[in-house]
Design a protein around this ligand. Structure first.
Ligand SMILES: NC(=O)C1=CN([C@@H]2O[C@H](COP(=O)(O)OP(=O)(O)OC[C@H]3O[C@@H](n4cnc5c(N)ncnc54)[C@H](O)[C@@H]3O)[C@@H](O)[C@H]2O)C=CC1
Ligand SMILES: O=C(O)/C=C/C=C(\O)C(=O)O
Length: 486
C-alpha cells in the first residue's frame, strides 16, 4: 500500500510516533494508502529546516536564479503531468477531464506566473524636500517575510496549495505546507519535483495530519512561523486567528462563500445556463467560488429553470478515468453526510425539489463511494438555512426576482462576500450591478475565468486580505523603507 510521508529538509520521513491514518479514494470508499501523521516534533523540525534554509543557499540566490528554479519546478510538474493527474484524481475522485484542464496546469502555472511577476514589479520611491534644500530619497525594498505556513484544503489540492507556495517562494520565503488530511498525494509528489529541480533542502516542507490537536494546529501556533496563509472554512479561519494571536502573525485567508448568480432577462440564455451549470456543479459543487443561490428575472424564470434542470440531469457521474464522466463524488463520507443533511433540511424548510435530492445508484466498486445527485431547489424563503449556509455540494436554490434592486438586495443579504456572477447583455447594467454587489470577485457573463495578476479574495466572512498579482507580493514580503538624506 502506498505510504505517504512528510517531506522535511529535502527528505521523506515518517512520524516518530508511528501514528498514521488512512488515505481513502472517495469514489470507492476504499483505502488506497497510509499517511503519516505529524506530531509536534515533525512540525518543529519542518519549521527549523525552513528557518535554516532562509539563511542557506536559497537566501543567497539572485532573483534571476530563483526564478529559473521556479520555472524548473513548473516544468517538472508538466513533465510528470500524468502522475499528478492520477494522484489528484485518486485523492478527490474528480474526473480527469476537469483535473487535466484546471488543477494540474494551474499547479504548474502558479510557479511560472509569480516567478515572472516578481522579476517585473517595481518598488516605490519618493523624493522628500528638506529645510536645507538638499532633500532626501526614500526607496522601498521588498524582503521575504520568512517562514510561511500554508494550510490548504481538499477541493483543489494542488491548485490551491501552489497558489500560495508559488508566490511565497518567488518572494524568497520558505514554506511548511499542511495539506488537507483528505488529499495528501500531490503535495507530497511535489517534494520529488522540488528535489529534481534543485530547490535547496528546507525551502519546501510538508507535514501531514489533521487540524485541531494535530499538524494544522501545531503549525499555526508554532512561534517561529512568520505568516499563515489558509484556504478553507470560515470557522477554521477564526480558530487559526485565535490560536495564533499571541504571536502576532500576519494572516491571509480565503474562506467560505454562499455565492449568488444574478440572471437578467436580457442575458444570453445559452451562456447563462451553461455558466450556471458549471458554477453550481463543477467539482461536484466543491468550489468556494461556486454558485449556491441563483436569482432569475421573472420573465425568463421558467425557461431558465427548465434548461438548468435538463443540464443537471445530463451530468454523467462516474470513474475519474472514464472520458464520459462529468462529475465525481464528494470528498468523503463525512462530507456526504453534511450535504445530505442539507438535502433533507431543504425539504423540511419547504423546498420544491426540481431535480436530484438524494444519492444515485452507482455500479460495481463505485457503490461504496460518496456519491450525491446534482440538486436544484425552488420555493425556499431567503431566510431558510439552506439559502443562508455554505453547503459545498452540487446544489443550488433558484429564486425569481422582479427588479434589479431586489436582486442586488437578496444577493448581498449574506454574511459572506466571496464571488458573484452576473448574466446580462446590457453593459450599463453589468457595471451598475457589479458596483453594488458586496463580493471580492464579480464575473460578468463568465465564471472562474481567472487572470492570476488580479486581486483574489473575499469581503465580510469570506476572507482577510487579497492574493494574486502584486497583492500576493504584499503578503509574502515585508517592505522596508530606506531614507537617504542627500
Ligand atoms: N475553499 C473553501 O472555501 C473550502 C471550504 N470548505 C468548507 O469547509 C467544510 C469543512 O471542510 P474541511 O476540510 O474540514 O475544511 P477545513 O477548513 O476544516 O480544513 C481546511 C484545512 O485546514 C486544516 N485545519 C482544520 N482545522 C484547523 C485548525 N484548527 N488549525 C489549523 N488547521 C486546521 C485542515 O486540516 C485542512 O488542511 C466543508 O464542508 C466546506 O463547507 C472546505 C474546503 C475548502
Ligand atoms: O485560485 C483559484 O483560481 C481558485 C480558487 C478556488 C478556491 O479558493 C476554492 O475553491 O477554495
Amino acid at each position: 500500500m502506498n505510504e505517504i510521508k512528510h517531506f522535511i529538509n529535502g527528505e521523506f520521513v515518517g512520524s516518530g510516533s508511528g501514528k498514521t491514518f488512512p488515505n481513502v479514494n472517495p469514489a470507492t470508499g476504499k483505502q488506497i494508502g497510509i499517511v503519516h501523521e505529524a506530531g509536534m516534533d515533525e512540525v518543529d523540525r519542518a519549521v527549523k529546516a525552513a528557518r535554516a534554509a532562509l539563511k542557506g543557499p536559497w537566501g543567497r540566490l539572485s532573483v534571476a536564479e530563483r526564478m529559473a528554479l521556479l520555472h524548473k519546478v513548473a516544468d517538472g510538474i508538466n513533465a510528470r503531468f500524468d502522475e499528478f493527474l492520477e494522484a489528484e484524481c485518486l485523492d478527490t475522485g474528480k474526473p480527469k477531464s476537469l483535473a487535466s484542464h484546471v488543477d494540474i496546469p494551474r499547479g504548474a502555472a502558479n510557479f511560472k506566473i509569480f516567478a515572472d511577476l516578481m522579476k517585473n514589479v517595481p518598488t516605490e520611491s519618493f523624493m522628500l524636500d528638506t529645510p536645507d534644500g538638499q532633500g532626501a530619497l526614500n526607496y522601498g525594498v521588498r524582503k521575504p517575510k520568512g517562514v510561511i505556513a500554508v494550510v490548504s484544503p481538499w477541493n483543489l489540492p494542488l491548485l490551491l496549495m501552489t497558489w500560495k507556495v508559488g508566490p511565497a517562494l518567488a518572494c524568497g520565503n520558505t514554506v511548511v505546507v499542511k495539506p488537507s488530511e483528505e488529499t495528501p498525494r500531490t503535495t507530497t509528489l511535489l517534494g520529488e519535483v522540488m528535489n529534481d529541480a534543485g530547490i535547496p533542502p528546507g525551502v519546501y516542507n510538508v507535514v501531514h495530519g489533521f487540524g485541531p490537536d494535530s499538524a494544522g494546529a501545531f503549525l499555526t501556533t508554532h512561534p517561529d512561523v512568520d505568516g499563515i496563509t489558509f484556504t478553507g472554512e470560515t470557522r477554521t479561519g477564526a480558530a487559526i486567528v485565535k490560536a495564533s494571536a499571541d504571536e502576532i502573525r500576519h494572516v491571509s485567508f480565503e474562506l467560505g462563500g454562499k455565492n449568488p448568480a444574478l440572471v437578467f432577462a436580457d442575458c444570453d440564455m445559452d451562456k447563462a445556463v451553461e455558466g450556471t451549470l458549471r458554477s453550481a456543479f463543477a467539482n461536484c459543487g466543491q468550489v468556494c467560488l461556486g454558485t449556491e443561490r441563483v436569482y432569475v428575472e421573472r420573465p425568463i424564470f421558467d425557461e431558465f429553470l427548465r434548461r438548468l434542470k435538463a443540464g443537471a440531469e445530463q451530468m454523467q457521474l462516474g470513474a475519474w478515468d472514464d472520458a464520459c464522466t462529468s462529475m465525481g463524488p464528494l470528498i468523503s463520507r463525512e462530507h456526504l453526510d453534511k450535504v445530505l443533511s442539507y438535502y433533507k433540511r431543504a425539504v423540511e424548510e419547504g423546498a420544491t425539489v426540481v431535480t436530484g435530492g438524494g444519492t444515485p445508484d452507482m455500479p460495481g466498486e463505485l457503490a461504496g463511494g460518496s456519491w450525491v445527485q446534482p440538486t436544484i431547489w425552488t420555493g425556499l424563503s431567503e431566510e431558510a438555512r439552506v439559502v443562508k449556509e455554505e453547503i459545498f455540494g452540487p446544489c443550488c436554490h433558484v429564486q425569481p426576482f422582479d427588479s434589479e434592486d431586489e436582486a442586488i438586495r437578496m444577493a448581498n443579504d449574506t454574511k459572506y462576500g466571496l464571488a458573484a456572477a452576473v448574466w446580462t447583455e446590457n453593459l450599463g447594467r453589468a457595471h451598475r450591478v457589479a458596483d453594488q454587489l458586496e463580493a471580492g470577485i464579480i464575473w460578468v457573463n463568465s465564471w472562474f475565468l481567472r487572470d492570476l495578476r488580479t486581486a483574489f479574495g473575499g469581503m465580510k466572512h469570506s476572507g482577510i486580505g487579497r492574493e494574486g498579482g502584486v497583492h500576493s507580493l504584499e503578503f509574502y514580503t515585508e517592505i522596508k523603507n530606506v531614507c537617504i538624506k542627500l
